[in-house]
Design a binder for this molecule. Structure first.
Ligand SMILES: Cc1cc2nc3c(=O)[nH]c(=O)nc-3n(C[C@H](O)[C@H](O)[C@H](O)COP(=O)(O)OP(=O)(O)OC[C@H]3O[C@@H](n4cnc5c(N)ncnc54)[C@H](O)[C@@H]3O)c2cc1C
Ligand SMILES: Cc1cc2nc3c(=O)[nH]c(=O)nc-3n(C[C@H](O)[C@H](O)[C@H](O)COP(=O)(O)O)c2cc1C
Length: 830
C-alpha cells in the first residue's frame, strides 16, 4: 500500500513506523512542514501505562524513549506560602524534540520516507496514495476541507496559556498558584530532561486582559511571567520557543471532537460520506476515475485533550497503535482499508471520549479555580481538590498512591470537623438511642480511619454523626395523607442503617398539594400524631436525626402512583383535584391544565406551608427542608420554563423567586430558631432557556439571605423535554459550585453510590453532606455496609445488630484479600 502521513508529530511518525514494521513492503512517507529539529513546545508527560502499551508494539522505540525519560512520582503544590507534596503519581516526561527525534530515527531505520520542510496543501497532492493519514495536528487543513463529513465540534476554552521552558530543575510535578491584583495565575511545571523544565503559565481571559498581556509580544510575556514567579525561579530565566507565532504567544485551548474519523476521498470533488461508519462503500469506484484514496484523522486532528491531564500525546500514540492493530487483524491491503478504518473509529471513539471527559473536568477545574477554590479553600483541601480534579482519581485511589499523605489529610479533615462539631450548642437535644455509646454524636462514628464520610457535621443545634443522608423518597403509601406502619418500618430501618440524617419523603401541605392520593401530608392532627410516632421511634432507637421535606405538587399533582399501569406523572383516571401553578401550563403536553395562582391563592398556600411547619416542629422533626425542585409548585415559580407570568412574580429571576422566598421566610419564622432548614432546588433544568448552574448560584444566594442553612442540589424534572447528562456523581458539580460561589453549605445528591464517592466529595469540599437515595432502597444499612467495605470498624452499630458487624467486616476483608491475590502477578508454573 502507498501510505502518506501528512504531519510528522507523534501520531504520523509512530503510525508510519508501526505500519512499516507490520509489513516492510508498504510504501510509507511522512511529510512534515518543519525541519527535523524545529518544533514548537517543550516537554510532554505521559503515564507508565502508555509506556507499557508502546513496549508491546515496538520494544526498540519504547526502550529508547524509556532511557530518555525522566520519571517522577511526586506532585507538589505551591500555594499561599505553603508547599504540600504527595507521591505515587507515576509520570514520565520527555522533551517533545527528543521524542520526535527518536521516532524519526526509528522511521528511517525501518525505511519510512521522511520529507521535511514541505507544507502539504491538500490531499490532492497525493493522487496515487491508497491511504492518507491526516496527522497534522490541531489546525488541520484537511479536516477543514472535509468538515461536512468529519463534523468537528470545536470549543475554544476561555483560559489563556503560554508554553515556556526553563533551565531550573524541579524534582516533582509542580503547580504554583499566584494571586495578582487582577486575579489568579497558575503554572504547571515539570522537568523533562537533564537540563530543561516545561513551565506552562495559565490564567483566565479577563485576568490576561487586565494585565495587558493581549498587547505583549512573546518576550514581554516571558518577562511578565519571570516577575510573577520570581521567588520560585530564583533567578532562572524562562524561555519561549514559539517566537514564530504571530502576535501573542498566549493560546486558548481548543477541544476537538469529530463525529466521523475517516472518509473516502474522490478525485478533486467532495468526499463520500461513509454510511454510519459501517465500513460499506458510499459509492462504487467508477472505471476511468483515478483510484480513490481514503483519508483518516489521527491524533490532535481528531481529538484534543487539555494539558491539565497530559494525555494528548498518549491519545495520538494509541490511535497509531489501534490503526496498525486493525490492519494486522483484518488485512493490510487496499481492499481491507474501509473495514479497517471503520473498526479503528469504533474502537477509539469511546476510549477517547472517556479520556476527553476526564480532561474536561481537569481543565474546568483550572479554569474556575481562581474564582471558586483559590480564595475559598485552605491549602490542604485545595491540594485534595486539585488532585481529584478529573473525578477519575478517588479517595481510595489516593490512598493507593500515597497512604501517608492521604491519612494525614484525613486526620486534618477529621480534626477540623470534630472541632466544628465539638459539644452540642446550647438547647440541643442530647443524642440518644440504641447505638454503642462512644461519647455522643460528635464522636460516635469516627475513629482511627478518619473517613471523611464518617466525620460529624453541626448546623445550628443539630450535630449529625456523619455526612450520609437518606435522600427524600416518595413512597406513595399513605392513606388520607397519614403515614402508617409502612412508614414507621421504612424510615425506622433506615434510621438504624447508619446514616446521620434520614429524610421522610415529600410531605404535602394540603390535600390538593399532593402528587398522588398516596402522598403523606401534614395538615391535620392525625397526621401530626402519626409523624410524631415515627420521629419518636427514630429518636428512641437510633442516633440518626430525622428530617421532613415539605412540598406542594403544583401542576404535577393529582397523578397516579408510578407503579400504576399508566405510569408516573399521568393524571388519575378519577377523583382528581384542581391544580394550581404559576402559569396555565401542564407538565406533560396532554396533562391537566393548572390554574394560574391568584395572590389570594398564594397567601393561602403560604399559610398552609407555615401551618405544616408548626406541625413538623410539634412532631419533633430535627430538620426541615423546603422542596423547591423537580417542577413542583415552588420550583415551577423559579424556572422560566414553567413561569410565564407577567406580574411581580414572573419575568426576572428576582421576580420568579419572590414568592418562594416569601414562603421560605414565613416558614423560617415559624420553625424553631435552633433547628436547621435546607432548600432543595433543581440546579439545572437541562433544557435550553431553563435554569442553569449560573442561575442556581443566584437562587442559593437568595435563600441564604433569607436564612437557609443548606442548599440540597438536585436537578431536572422541571420539563419533560429535559436532556440530562447522567453519570457518576453527575449533580455534584452543582453542589460544589454553589458551595464555593454562594458561600453556603450544600448537600450533593445523584448517583453517589459508594463510600469512596462520599469520601471524595466531602474531603474535597464539594459538598457538606451527601444524600443517597436509590441505594438506600436496596439496602437500608447502606452506611454500615459501606463503612465495613472500606475497612472502617469504628462506626457504631445498633446494639441489637452488633453480632453481625464483625462477620460483615470479615467477609469484606476476605473478599479484598482474594481480589488482591487475583491481581498479584503469578509465579510461572514450572
Ligand atoms: C501547552 C501544551 C502542553 C502539552 N503537554 C502535553 C503533555 O504533557 N502530554 C501530552 O501527552 N500531550 C501534551 N500536549 C499535547 C500534545 O502536544 C499533542 O496532543 C500531541 O503532540 C498530538 O500529536 P499529533 O501528532 O496529533 O499532532 P502534533 O504534535 O501537533 O503534530 C502535527 C505535525 O503536523 C505538522 N503539520 C501541520 N500542518 C501541516 C501541513 N499542512 N503540512 C505538513 N506538516 C504539517 C506540524 O508541523 C506538526 O509537526 C500538550 C499540548 C500543549 C499545547
Ligand atoms: C422512589 C423515589 C422517590 C423520590 N421522591 C423524592 C421526594 O419525595 N422528594 C425529593 O426531593 N426527591 C425525591 N426523589 C429523588 C431522590 O431524592 C434523589 O434526588 C434521586 O433519586 C437521585 O439520587 P440517587 O441517584 O441516589 O437515587 C425520589 C427518588 C426516588 C428513586
Amino acid at each position: 500500500m502507498k501510505i502518506v502521513c501528512i504531519g510528522g508529530g507523534p501520531a504520523g511518525l509512530y503510525f508510519g513506523l508501526l505500519m512499516k514494521q507490520l509489513n516492510p513492503a508498504h510504501d510509507i512517507t511522512v511529510v512534515e512542514r518543519n525541519k527535523p529539529y524545529d518544533t514548537f513546545g517543550w516537554g510532554v508527560v505521559f503515564s507508565d501505562a502508555t509506556m507499557d502499551n508502546m513496549r508491546a508494539w515496538d520494544s526498540e522505540t519504547a526502550d529508547e524513549i524509556q532511557q530518555a525519560f525522566n520519571h517522577w512520582d511526586d506532585i507538589e503544590l505551591l500555594f499561599k506560602g505553603r508547599t504540600i507534596r504527595s507521591g505515587g503519581h507515576g509520570f514520565v516526561g520527555i522533551g517533545r524534540k527528543k521524542l520526535l527525534n527518536i521516532l524519526q530515527a526509528r522511521c528511517e531505520r525501518l525505511g519510512v520516507r521522511l520529507e521535511f520542510e514541505r507544507e502539504v496543501d491538500s490531499d490532492d497532492d497525493y493522487p496515487d496514495a491508497d491511504l492518507i493519514i491526516a496527522s497534522d495536528g490541531i489546525n488541520l487543513k484537511i479536516r477543514g476541507k472535509y468538515a461536512d463529513v468529519f463534523r468537528p465540534d470545536i470549543v475554544t476554552r476561555p483560559n489563556r496559556y503560554i508554553w515556556l521552558g526553563t533551565n531550573k530543575l524541579y524534582d516533582a510535578f509542580t503547580f504554583d498558584f499566584r494571586k495578582t491584583e487582577h486575579g489568579w495565575f497558575q503554572a504547571h511545571i515539570y522537568k523533562f530532561d537533564a537540563t530543561t523544565t516545561t513551565f506552562i503559565v495559565e490564567c483566565p481571559e479577563h485576568v490576561w486582559l487586565a494585565h495587558g498581556l493581549d498587547r505583549a509580544d512573546a518576550q514581554q510575556s516571558v518577562e511578565f511571567c519571570e516577575r510573577l514567579f520570581a521567588d520560585n525561579l530564583q533567578g532562572a530565566k524562562l524561555m519561549t520557543n514559539a517566537r514564530h507565532l504571530r502576535g501573542s504567544a498566549w493560546l486558548n485551548f481548543q477541544r476537538v471532537v469529530c463525529d466521523q474519523w475517516w472518509l473516502k476521498a474522490p478525485p478533486g470533488g467532495s468526499a463520500a460520506v461513509p454510511r454510519g461508519g459501517s465500513g460499506r462503500p458510499a459509492e462504487p469506484d467508477r472505471p476511468g476515475n483515478r483510484r480513490r484514496s481514503y483519508i483518516v484523522l489521527m491524533g490532535d486532528a481528531v481529538h484534543t485533550a487539555h494539558f491539565a491531564i497530559g494525555s494528548g500525546t498518549k491519545l495520538a500514540l494509541e490511535d497509531a497503535i489501534e490503526l496498525t492493530r486493525q490492519f494486522g487483524r483484518l488485512g493490510d491491503s487496499p481492499e481491507h482499508i474501509e473495514a479497517v478504518l471503520a473498526a479503528y473509529q469504533e474502537a477509539r471513539r469511546i476510549e477517547t471520549l472517556r479520556l476527553q471527559n476526564a480532561a474536561w473536568n481537569a481543565m474546568e477545574w483550572f479554569e474556575v479555580c481562581g474564582a471558586r477554590y483559590c480564595d475559598q479553600l485552605e491549602p490542604e483541601q485545595f491540594m485534595y481538590s486539585m488532585l481529584t480534579r478529573s473525578q477519575r482519581i478517588s479517595h481510595e485511589n489516593l490512598r493507593l498512591r500515597d497512604r501517608a499523605w492521604l491519612e494525614g489529610y484525613e486526620r486534618w479533615f477529621a480534626e477540623r470537623a470534630r472541632r466544628r462539631a465539638a459539644g452540642p450548642p446550647q438547647g440541643a437535644a442530647a443524642p440518644s438511642g440504641g447505638c454503642e455509646d462512644r461519647g455522643g454524636a460528635a464522636t460516635a462514628a469516627w475513629g482511627p480511619r478518619f473517613a471523611p464520610m464518617l466525620t460529624p457535621y453541626t448546623v445550628r443545634s443539630v450535630t449529625l454523626k456523619n455526612r450520609v443522608v437518606v435522600s427524600p423518597m416518595a413512597q406513595y403509601s399513605a392513606v388520607d395523607g397519614v403515614p402508617g406502619d409502612y412508614h414507621l418500618v421504612h424510615l425506622g430501618a433506615r434510621a438504624m442503617g447508619g446514616a446521620g440524617l434520614v429524610f421522610a419523603e415529600m410531605t404535602c401541605t394540603s390535600p390538593d398539594a399532593r402528587i398522588t392520593p398516596g402522598c403523606p401530608g401534614l395538615w391535620n392532627d392525625a397526621q401530626t400524631a402519626a409523624w410524631k410516632r415515627i420521629v419518636d421511634w427514630v429518636h428512641t432507637n437510633s442516633d440518626a436525626r430525622i428530617a421532613i421535606q415539605l412540598g406542594h405538587a403544583g401542576a404535577k399533582g393529582s397523578t397516579n402512583a408510578p407503579w400504576e399501569d399508566a405510569g408516573a406523572d399521568r393524571p388519575l383516571p378519577a377523583g382528581n383535584w384542581p391544580l394550581v401553578a404559576p402559569s396555565p401550563q401542564p407538565y406533560l403536553d396532554d396533562g391537566a391544565i393548572p390554574q394560574p395562582m391568584t395572590r389570594a391563592q398564594m397567601d393561602a398556600v403560604r399559610d398552609d406551608f407555615v401551618a405544616a411547619t408548626r406541625r413538623a416542629a410539634a412532631a419533633g422533626f430535627d430538620w426541615l427542608e423546603l422542596h423547591c425542585a423537580h417542577g413542583y409548585l415552588l420550583s415551577a415559580f423559579i424556572s422560566p420554563l414553567t413561569n410565564r407570568r407577567t406580574d411581580d412574580y414572573g419575568g426576572s429571576l428576582a421576580n420568579r423567586l419572590r414568592w418562594p422566598l416569601e414562603v421560605f421566610a414565613a416558614m423560617r419564622a415559624a420553625w424553631p430558631e435552633h433547628l436547621p432548614m435546607s432548600v432543595r432546588i433543581s440546579a439545572h433544568d437541562w433544557v435550553e432557556g431553563g435554569i442553569t448552574p449560573v442561575d442556581a448560584v443566584e437562587i442559593a444566594r437568595a435563600f441564604k439571605a433569607a436564612g437557609a442553612d443548606l442548599i440540597d442540589c438536585s436537578s431536572g424534572q422541571v420539563s419533560a423535554q429535559q436532556q440530562p447528562t447522567y453519570g457518576r456523581m453527575y449533580q455534584t458539580p452543582f453542589a460544589d459550585r454553589i458551595r464555593q460561589e454562594a458561600g453556603i453549605a450544600t448537600i450533593a445528591v445523584g448517583a453517589i453510590s459508594e463510600a469512596d464517592h462520599v469520601n471524595s466529595i466531602i474531603a474535597a469540599g464539594r459538598a457538606d453532606l451527601c444524600a443517597i437515595a436509590r441505594p438506600h432502597l436496596a439496602n437500608p444499612a447502606w452506611t454500615l455496609t459501606e463503612a465495613a467495605k472500606i475497612g472502617c470498624a469504628e462506626i457504631a452499630w445498633p446494639k441489637q445488630y452488633r453480632t453481625a458487624k464483625p462477620q460483615l467486616e470479615a467477609g469484606f476483608a476476605r473478599e479484598k484479600a482474594l481480589a488482591a491475590q487475583a491481581a498479584a502477578p503469578q509465579e510461572p508454573a514450572r
